[in-house]
Design a protein around this ligand. Sequence first.
Ligand code: ADP
Length: 469
Amino acid sequence: MHNTPGFLSKLLLFILVVTLPVAILAIWMVSHDILSLEYGLLLTLTPVGPAVLLYNRLLKEIAALTRKMGYAVVNPLDANDPSNTDRGGLLPVTDFLLTMQQYRRVLTKSLKDAEESQKDAALLFNILPNSVLVLDHRRRVVQFNNAATVFFGRTNMEGDLTTYLRNPSLIKAVDATLAGEITGRRVEFEMVGEVSRHIAANVVAFDSGKSEKLRVIITLHDLTAIRKTEQMRVDFIANASHELRTPLAILIGAIETLLGPAANDPKAHKRFLEIMQAQSTRMSQLIDDLLSLSHIEMNEHSRPSDEVNLGDVLNSVESLLAAKAVDLQKQLALEIPEHPVVVAGDKDQLSQVFTNLIDNALKYSRDNSTVTVRLKDMGKEARVLIIDQGEGIPSEHLPRLTERFYRVDSDRSREMGGTGLGLAIVKHIVSRHRGQLDVDSVVGKGSVFSVTLPLNQAKNSGSSTLSEL
Ligand code: ADP
């Protein structure tokens, strides 16, 4: 403090201010002969010593006060100032400090509240399931949430919006919003990439009041799954109508022929009635499959709990299809372990799964070949393999095989009386049983359809063989 610039001149000024009234009094007293000149001088100099002490004391107290204020400014959240050694003095330092501490407490609380709400806002921003981008007035990304990093597959997102999204309609909407021409807009567009995605973006003007320049918030919604479901529903209705219309058209044609040109031709009667019978059976089969598919879909979430011995199910399916195998000149070989292999399931639905798969194997395999049905106990799972020696299925068709009405060879399927719904039914039943359907196929050699189901552990105490595919 003593190094303060002008310390000496300030001290002299202070002494002058303190001694001036005494000096004036002394001059007055000397001039009126009340005091001699020596005593007058002595009286004038008397306050100098206390003035220096007083000035020094005041300086120290002001220095301590300044230090404490400095500490409070640098550490606004710390109430324990290590230099807090105030012992009272001339100035009301304690009162002043108390007021300051109160002020500091209020400030600390407001700061903490502000920090908390900032944290809450950041948390909320990050847990939003949709991607959110905040753009500044120059269209640069200045903030983004966790969903956005996942969506764009990046940890950091900086720079112009067009680095990440280039759709012209979106850019136009952002520019118009930033220019204040509109308050926002919803834009839908396709994002092409490895997997194309259908996106809806909500562009909204964001005026926080803090900056004069407008900002923009973009929220992205991935509509790919919804659009796919919508498309599937439309396709399904179109396919089902088409599948029903074809036999119906043949039926109508046959009836018209019977009523018209072939009315008096007994030979033609038989032929056309046979056609009508085949087409009405096909329609009835299609309606049965559609109904069972919708029934299975409705119950897919509830897992069946009856104990079903898979060996019994396969034996009964074999007897059901034995005649068909003979008709098609195929052999059916069943390989079942001696001990019971029990799963928690729905017997009728599991019979439908194996009927559809074995029926397909019989339909699509070579003449005079053998279809093998093998049941395996895998310890924790049961596996049923349906192995045929047919023409096989090209690999590009495999991922789509279980789609409704999907066929590798439509003519062949229709000729064999297929509806194109068999594998869709299989997939839904297997999924209801928390199982898995796998297809392995080699063109020119044949296919292996395998159904894996979790075993009902308590009921398979006899099982001991652990074999792999
Ligand atoms: P479909 O009633 O036409 O048989 P599915 O849903 O049961 O309908 O089968 C769909 C398509 O998968 C069939 O049309 C056929 O092209 C093919 N497919 C199914 N099983 C086999 C198999 N074992 N071998 C060859 N192709 C098969």
